[in-house]
Ligand binder design. Structure first.
Ligand code: SF4
Length: 344
């Protein structure tokens, strides 16, 4: 399968597994990412959603080469360089790190309390040797601090003097200072107040527009994803079960798991109370995945076929992809999800 033109990151059957000890004499394999094929266009704002344990963070880390890829392939091609991510080592890996960066979730834990804001932002430049003099480093730090709407007078202060939103802007400045083309924001606004979240999301969107940066936005907050991302991928147990342009996905979700996630979005309408479909049970262990469709033990529409046979990804001309044997029947009966709810 070839990638469309203008693709920055492309994965094919990407797998990340971790060997684990199950007992004194047996070993197992934890499949955190299990066969992901996706193309991320240049300049896109791709959201990745799913429950805790669905593999969102591991997917992001695999694309940064922070965890080893154990199967399949992942490539990065920004027009200047092309890397096979599974093969990156030494100088090439260091060079890739200047092109692909990460914004952490917790702006309180992500910044060293012993370093000034100037030193925090300058550190990646110095570690990667991207500037030749202190004056050049300072000029770049001031430029990126201004882009992230930081007060230049504050560069000599320490992180404890700042609020959560200001600290997250410092984290973003540190991620941007090397001029990356690809940035992974892993729950980047989850630890912030709602009003501060909007400020940080606006900044990320502005960076996408002005600098052409491609974002992978990992989040469990569907409202944030709906308002920020151009395209959304839904993950369950290490796989992408549905992906589509944001508007199409939120208007007409096809996979029962996506429908259940969306039905759980809190509404301000008091008449909407009780609409949420509660998924029964926990997400299964990635060390012992169910047969067939891995969602079948929790799916209200599971059939014998679902227990036996894993569904293949079906992608339409509109870019809407879904992995479910019965999505067409469910799309023809949009209220089916409510009928399947257990009676109170
Ligand atoms: Fe549910 Fe079957 Fe579709 Fe899986 S394939 S989501 S079990 S209906």
């Amino acid at each position: 399968m070839t990638s469309p033109p203008n693709t920055l990151i492309s994965t094919r059957d990407l797998q990340v597994g971790f060997a684990i000890r199950k007992g004194p004499f047996s070993k197992g394999l934890l499949k955190a990412v299990d066969g992901i094929s996706i193309d991320i266009p240049k300049g896109a704002f791709l959201g990745v959603v799913g429950e805790s344990g669905s593999g969102k963070t591991t997917l992001g880390r695999a694309l940064l080469q922070a965890v080893p890829v154990t199967g399949g392939s992942a490539t990065y091609d920004d027009g200047e360089v092309r890397y096979d991510l599974g093969q990156l080592k030494g100088a090439a890996l260091k060079e890739y790190r200047s092109r692909a960066q990460l914004i952490f979730q917790d702006p309180y834990a992500a910044l060293s309390p012993r370093m000034t804001v100037r030193d925090i932002i300058a550190e990646p430049l110095e570690v990667m040797g991207l500037t030749k003099s202190r004056a050049e480093t300072d000029a770049r730090v001031r430029e990126v601090a201004a882009t992230c709407r930081l007060n230049l007078e504050h560069l000599r202060r320490f992180p404890h003097a700042f609020s959560g939103g200001q600290r997250q802007r410092i984290s973003i400045a540190r991620a941007l200072v090397c001029g990356p083309r690809f940035v992974i924001a892993d729950e980047a606004v989850a630890a912030l107040d709602v009003s501060i979240q909007a400020d940080i999301l606006n900044l990320l969107k502005q960076l996408q527009r002005d600098l052409g940066i491609t974002f992978l936005f990992i989040s469990h907050d569907l409202s944030v994803v709906a308002h920020t991302c151009d395209h959304v991928a839904v993950m369950y147990l290490g796989r992408i079960v549905e992906s589509a342009p944001t508007r199409a996905l939120f208007r007409a979700p096809r996979h029962p798991y996506t429908r259940a996630l969306f039905s759980a979005i809190p509404s301000l309408d008091p008449d909407d109370r009780g609409r949420a479909q509660v998924l029964s049970g926990e997400i299964p262990s990635p060390t012992n995945q169910p047969s067939g469709c891995t969602f079948h033990p929790r799916c209200p529409f599971a059939t014998e076929r679902c227990k036996r046979e894993a569904p293949q990804a079906e992608k339409g001309a509109d870019g809407h992809m879904v992995s479910c044997h019965h999505w067409r029947e469910l799309a023809a009966a949009p209220d089916a999800i409510r009928q399947a709810e257990p009676a109170e």
